[in-house]
Design a protein around this ligand. Sequence first.
Ligand SMILES: Cc1cc2nc3c(=O)[nH]c(=O)nc-3n(C[C@H](O)[C@H](O)[C@H](O)COP(=O)(O)OP(=O)(O)OC[C@H]3O[C@@H](n4cnc5c(N)ncnc54)[C@H](O)[C@@H]3O)c2cc1C
Length: 291
Amino acid sequence: MFPKKFDYYSPKTISEAIGLIDELKDAKVLAGGQSLLPMMKLRLATPAALIDLSNINGELGSIVQDKSSVEIGAMARIAELAKSKAVQKSLPALYDASLVIADTQVRNMGTIGGNLANADPNNDMPVVALALNAKMEVRNKNGKRLESADGFFVGPYTTKIAENELLTKIIFPVEHGRFGSAYSRIERRIGDYALAAAATSIKLESSGKVTDARIAVAGISMNAIRLEAVEKALIGAKPDQKTTNEITLKTVKDIDVEDSYYATASTKRMAVAYAVQKSLDKVYERAKAKK
Ligand SMILES: Cc1cc2nc3c(=O)[nH]c(=O)nc-3n(C[C@H](O)[C@H](O)[C@H](O)COP(=O)(O)OP(=O)(O)OC[C@H]3O[C@@H](n4cnc5c(N)ncnc54)[C@H](O)[C@@H]3O)c2cc1C
């Protein structure tokens, strides 16, 4: 099906784009188009205007690293994250995810900002942003603010970005010492969304005990969520595979999970526990390898 007729705008600067979103009625910004265009073709979205961000050069697509953070422009393509040395070295969970989301075509077009702003419950970037304690820079005509990943995902397809606002940058803190992050997912089928996904980040003390942990999952709720009970259970422990798997299964047992076309609730719970375990296995190896 063809989309409904729409006006097309191609701003050259961030402020021009913000001016347009503020001024136009019923407009949507277009990033990689990998979610928005299929929705328009199915007439699930019928915006009167599209504001294409792809001709805005500079910070909207850049990846900049300093000692304490990696700042990634919202229009950085998923494929570019997978090629970035800064992402590979400092944000391994983001790097892992960028290699496996969808297929090459989708990764070449899809952007980190579009993935986060879309907040599809099955998207992988929200999970990574939560586990890595990212901050989102959101701008409107009055200025900018930072939103923490915790609380940013308000519901399915809903975030703290208002209709007249733009997500411009994602800021990931860079931790030093025995810190690691990792991401794992169980595929529904090759090239498709995950049935379950987990991103973890941990800090270890020299003895190998966990001093801090963040674990986020997708696949069992209408949002990416943190498994705080599992995080707490890990602190102070040197947990083995069997223990963490048991803790995760126990934690997700209390979450209200619905059967779906793809899997029953109990299969989803097991898939999430398995994704957490796979991610933890990787993250321990990575954190232990650090001095
Ligand atoms: C076949 C297929 C398989 C896929 N599999 C996966 C998968 O396994 N995992 C996964 O995570 N994703 C998957 N996706 C989704 C893909 O990653 C999308 O690219 C992503 O969800 C949206 O990013 P985009 O840049 O294409 O955004 P668009 O489709 O252009 O935009 C999506 C929404 O976000 C809004 N938006 C975009 N950028 C901004 C911004 N900077 N500020 C404010 N609002 C903004 C748009 O207005 C729109 O409402 C898949 C897509 C396809 C087609």
